[in-house]
Design a protein around this ligand. Structure first.
Ligand code: NA7
Length: 544
């Protein structure tokens, strides 16, 4: 015996996925520990607490059910889109309500996980408040999040800047006051687009350093009135059922009409209605928007016209128009007064595509042609998405196989859930899963329930371990690529593709076939005795 604490399962990460996984494992009677590097639960929402941070999926649909209809009825969402603080309240409520905290170890950062073939256990080492500790566990479950490792570009001289530097994905817990300061924001993805209007209200001057313009649509956020909430609650069982049966994981039916078959004036009316309604659903209004360039161009043109209507300076409006890639191939942004912010006299849009940033100086940002004096700098530069948090852990499977080497040319998974050579390791919402292209909490719920049932199957049938068969893994990765190749997704230099992090392999990571097709495939695989998984009996070395 090593002296390490023995448990049945170690879950890493206390976001939606980790919390729900812990709940299910405990209900199954497994002695489980959840390790979380933050000082609180919440995952992505614990770290992304920048001004304006909110979810772009509506509150009732983003509120994971945790398989408890009573939770849907008792929680009171206050706005159409939940902001960071409200999401934190919800997740803290969940942790308390299901007594999850007793099995959660906070400020505990997992450093390594090594599979021991003689005992079929994972040895998981983490650094916690009391130093380094090791757990020995049968199951090792990664709920590490898709957007949890901030991408800090290697700007020359960044360390010399005398003012404060913030990253949206690692925002301080104490209040940050930009009042009267000259602030620079680098990055105009979803985080920048949410933060910029808020910072503009406080800063004396705001310089927005934009490398690539983005498509953004209005959130049209507002209070979720008592009547609306009551209606949602009444319909919740039906809503949940619908969410399980759409490609997007949203309750609205998947589109069937094509832009290419629809008169222009009708298309325009549909776009107009969705613009007024607010939400990224505008990109799901027609079935061919994600696959047909000409159809997609119509939506791009519509958004460009909207920008012209909002932004007073035509030169600025022109710069704000995304042109290099189709709508949705990089995640569409959902904003509250983003384009309007560029009408403020204290805000300047700096095009760093035509005049690139050369360095950060002691006093600001230097581009090829100019220097911008700043008191504070915000990096809204995104994340080492989907693989970053997994690759940061030294994971060794069978025969010392290292995930860092195995995924060197891009991640390889079966269903996004399992990796060949890494027995009893499961990843939730990892690469190969549809999660980030759908309502992520709906996808997470499916993953957690599937993994939980799979674990139940292993025990019922006396299997010691489960892992992806390499041939099925290859087939799944090929299928993920095949689907991506049918879409316009490959035309955007997005984090889906790893294109935002210099040197990262350019591989399209999410499954673009939609949640419904994915769910059906997972269910079919389970019904076929977990086809494609190598299952090893407890008392034999023979694989099934
Ligand atoms: P994103 O969407 O990856 O956006 C990052 C932004 O930072 C984007 O505008 C990048 O420009 C910009 N960026 C990154 N590196 C640089 C450098 N070196 N110079 C200038 N600009 C740079 O991250 P977010 O945090 O906004 O959103 C992530 C997800 O969170 C989002 O998709 C939602 O799902 C929620 P680029 O486009 O690469 O030219």
């Amino acid at each position: 015996m090593s002296g390490a604490q023995q448990v049945d399962a170690v879950v890493v990460g206390a976001g939606f996925a980790g919390l729900y996984m812990l709940k299910r494992l405990r209900e199954r009677g497994l002695n489980s520990v959840l390790l979380e590097r933050g000082a609180g639960v919440g995952g992505t929402w614990y770290w992304n607490r920048y001004p304006g941070a909110k979810c772009d999926v509506e509150s009732p649909f983003y509120s994971m059910s945790f398989d408890d209809p009573a939770l849907d009825q008792e929680w009171e969402w206050s706005t159409r889109y939940p902001d960071q603080a409200e999401l934190m309240s919800f997740m803290n409520h969940v942790a308390d309500r299901f007594n999850l905290r007793e099995d959660i170890r906070l400020e505990s950062s997992v450093e390594s996980a090594t599979f021991d073939e003689s005992s079929n256990t994972w040895s998981v080492t983490y650094r916690g408040p009391d130093g380094e500790k090791t757990l020995e566990s049968r199951f090792f479950i990664l709920a590490t999040g898709c957007l949890s490792v901030p991408n800090v570009p290697k700007f020359e001289g960044l360390e010399n800047f005398k003012g404060s530097v913030y990253h949206t994905g690692d925002w301080p817990h104490e209040e940050v006051d930009f009042t009267g300061l000259r602030v620079g924001v680098i990055g105009t993805g979803s985080s920048g687009v949410q933060l910029i209007p808020e910072v503009a209200k406080e800063a004396s001057e705001l310089k927005v350093f934009q490398r690539t313009a983005n498509y953004s649509v209005p959130a049209n956020n507002g209070p979720l009135t008592a009547e609306k909430l009551a209606k949602v609650k009444e319909e919740f069982p039906e809503i949940r059922e619908k969410m399980r049966n759409t490609g997007t994981g949203m309750p609205t039916p998947d589109p069937t009409e094509l832009v290419s078959n629809t008169p222009d004036e009708v298309v325009r009316k549909v776009f107009e209605d969705h613009w007024t309604l607010g939400s990224f659903a505008i990109q799901n209004t027609f079935a061919d928007l994600a696959i047909n360039q000409e159809s997609n161009d119509k939506l791009a043109h519509f958004i460009h016209e909207k920008i012209d209507g909002i932004v007073e300076d035509p030169e600025v409006a022109e710069k704000l128009k995304a042109r290099e890639y189709p709508v949705g191939s990089k995640r569409i942004c959902v904003d509250s007064n983003y384009y309007e912010t560029f009408n403020r006299s204290n805000v300047e849009l700096v095009d760093v595509k035509s005049d690139p940033i050369t360095s950060i100086t002691e006093t600001g940002v230097a581009t090829q042609n100019k220097e911008y004096e700043l008191d504070a700098l915000v990096l809204a530069t995104g994340f080492d998405a989907m693989t970053g948090a997994i690759m940061n852990i030294d994971i060794q499977g069978r025969d010392g196989k290292r995930i860092q080497e195995y995924w060197d040319a891009g991640p390889l998974t079966y269903l996004g859930l399992s990796v060949a050579g890494f027995p009893n390791m499961f990843s939730l919402a990892g690469p190969g899963s549809p999660s980030v292209l759908t309502n992520v909490v709906a996808a997470i719920e499916q993953h957690v329930e599937w993994v939980d049932e799979h674990i139940g199957y292993l025990d019922e049938h006396d299997f010691a371990t489960s892992e992806a068969h390499p041939d099925y893994e290859r087939e799944w990765v090929d299928h993920v690529n095949e689907i991506a190749n049918m879409t316009l997704f490959l035309k955007g230099a997005s984090w889906y593709l790893g294109a935002n992090v210099p040197g990262k392999p350019r591989v399209f990571m999410p499954y673009a076939g939609g949640l419904k097709a994915y769910r059906d495939r997972c269910e079919e695989i389970a019904a076929n005795g977990y086809e494609g998984f190598q299952l090893v009996k407890r008392d034999a070395n023979a694989m099934s």
